[in-house]
Write a protein that binds this ligand. Structure first.
Ligand code: GDP
Ligand code: GDP
Length: 436
């Protein structure tokens, strides 16, 4: 699980410029395959071997010209609740504004690591001007220029120091699956959880302590042991209303980060919408397992092919990652709840699939021999060897003479074959072609 860093501050101080620099625009904003506009304010980054997620809270502000003080206060409060570290951006050109002082007041009460980034320090002359930010009462600050990048390396050094080293994964160790039930407001998440675990919730343990344990709760249902990661249905926070887009995004990001399998609940009467796509994409990007539950199926009028057609439409929306189980349920009539949990457990197991290298070579080299990459500019790609990489989640490498000539369609062909032969249903996989 990655640490989450929230960038907070007034409008126009340079939050999104800093955000873009931190995530290095590694991700295309518009997905070329589906054409969907992705979330511009959430990204992943790494520095000194530490991986983390970055959220630009300002990106979710409503309106642009007016300063919605209440809005900013809410976002800072949420960042305080949900993020692991906070970067508070201020503008050296403006000095400390009343709004900055207000934000600082909120942050002074917080125990999480807080970094003040005095932005727009584009040259040494402005270094001296930054001194006044000591008066925020938050201790030391970093001077940066988000535009030219100076100082951002030092800021990242300081941030990385506060981030725990990546967890060692021990695949032999029996860990309980961690599920997060996510979806739009009113999709039926709480109803599903209540139907599943009952009002009494059969809580076996609720270990407090580390950040992660404190948001896991262990359950047993239908003979399966699993943890449910903190969701709106389990631990409602009253401070902010759920209709705030930022709130749902933040909650979704956090529960996704902390879990192995995402149970994405869709309201059958509304269909798979943009926000569902965003959550799905977050799960895929974080290499988490996914199960889609089409809830409220009791409300849908059914003819012979209704389910099949519905499923096909959803698969169109989630392309190209379509190898995902879709289960039609009703939290109200308790239809297929067993199936839902059984499927989630299966996805959890699929995600741990490890294929021995010799067997993998026997099978996959045969596949690529029968259907080699097309020659490009008279060059023939020869794949000599392949293996599943020793990574936390399924990733594969195909070693060849000319990896740069392997195009996306071929990569997809290999992925589809791999998915036909092995069971990676609900699990994002990555395939690399590497020089050998
Ligand atoms: P946000 O509203 O806090 O997300 O701010 P933006 O990132 O949109 O930046 C607001 C304005 O400040 C833009 O015109 C940026 O080009 C400018 N800006 C951002 N960072 C810097 C910087 O380091 N130096 C200077 N001179 N301008 C900056
Ligand atoms: P949440 O916001 O995602 O937690 O959604 P809720 O669990 O609060 O459900 C929203 C509304 O949908 C409530 O009125 C539920 O009674 C209703 N609902 C949830 N699941 C079902 C279902 O399977 N069938 C029907 N007919 N209604 C449902």
């Amino acid at each position: 699980m990655n640490s989450i860093i929230a960038i907070v501050g007034r409008p126009n101080v340079g939050k999104s410029t800093l955000f873009n620099r931190l995530v290095q625009r590694r991700e295309a904003i518009v997905d070329s395959v589906s054409g969907v506009t992705r979330d511009r304010h959430y990204g992943k980054s790494d520095w000194n071997g530490k991986e983390f997620s970055v959220i630009d809270t300002g990106g979710y502000a409503i309106g642009s010209d007016d300063i919605f003080e209440e809005e900013i206060r809410k976002q800072v409060a949420l960042a305080i609740d949900e993020a692991d570290l906070i970067v508070f951006v201020v503008d050296v050109e403006d000095g400390i504004t009343p709004m900055d002082a207000e934000v600082a007041k909120l942050l002074r009460k917080v125990k999480k690591p807080i970094f003040i980034a005095v932005n727009k320090v584009d040259n040494a002359m402005r270094d001296a001007d930054a001194v006044e930010f000591y008066n925020l009462g938050l201790g030391n600050y970093h001077t940066i220029s988000s535009i030219n990048g100076s100082g951002t390396g030092e800021l990242l050094d300081a941030i990385a120091e506060k981030i725990p080293a990546p967890e060692e994964v021990d695949l032999e160790k029996k860990e309980l699956p961690r599920f997060a039930v996510v979806g739009r407001p009113n999709a039926g998440k709480s109803s599903f959880i209540n139907a599943l675990i009952g009002e009494d919730r059969n809580i076996v343990t609720n270990i407090a302590g580390t950040t992660r344990d404190s948001i896991d709760t262990k359950y047993n249902r239908f003979g399966f042991d699993f943890n449910l990661v903190d969701t709106a249905g389990i631990r409602k926070k009253s401070r902010v209303k759920e209709d705030l887009e930022f709130y749902s995004v933040m909650r979704a990001v956090r529960s996704i980060e902390y879990s192995d399998v995402i149970i994405l609940v869709i309201d059958a009467t509304r269909g798979f919408e943009g926000q569902d796509q965003n959550i799905f994409w977050l799960a895929e990007k974080n290499r988490k397992g996914v199960v889609i539950l089409i809830n409220k199926w009791d409300l849908v009028e059914k003819e012979t092919n209704t389910m099949r057609d519905y499923e096909a439409k959803v698969r169109e929306q989630i392309a190209p990652f379509t190898d995902v189980p879709i289960v039609f349920i009703s939290a109200l009539t308790k239809q297929r709840l067993f199936k839902a949990i059984e499927t989630a457990v299966e996805v959890f197991e699929n995600r741990k699939n490890r294929i021995p290298t010799s067997k993998f070579n026997d099978v996959m080299l045969e596949v690529v021999k029968n259907y080699p990459p097309p020659a490009i500019k008279g060059k023939f790609v020869k794949i000599k060897y392949c293996m599943q990489l020793p990574t936390q989640t399924p990733q594969f490498a195909f070693f060849c003479n000319l990896p740069q000539y392997v195009r996306d369609p071929y990569r997809r062909f290999v992925e589809n074959k791999l998915r036909e032969i092995y069971n990676f249903s609900g699990v994002p996989i990555t395939i690399y072609f590497r020089q050998k």
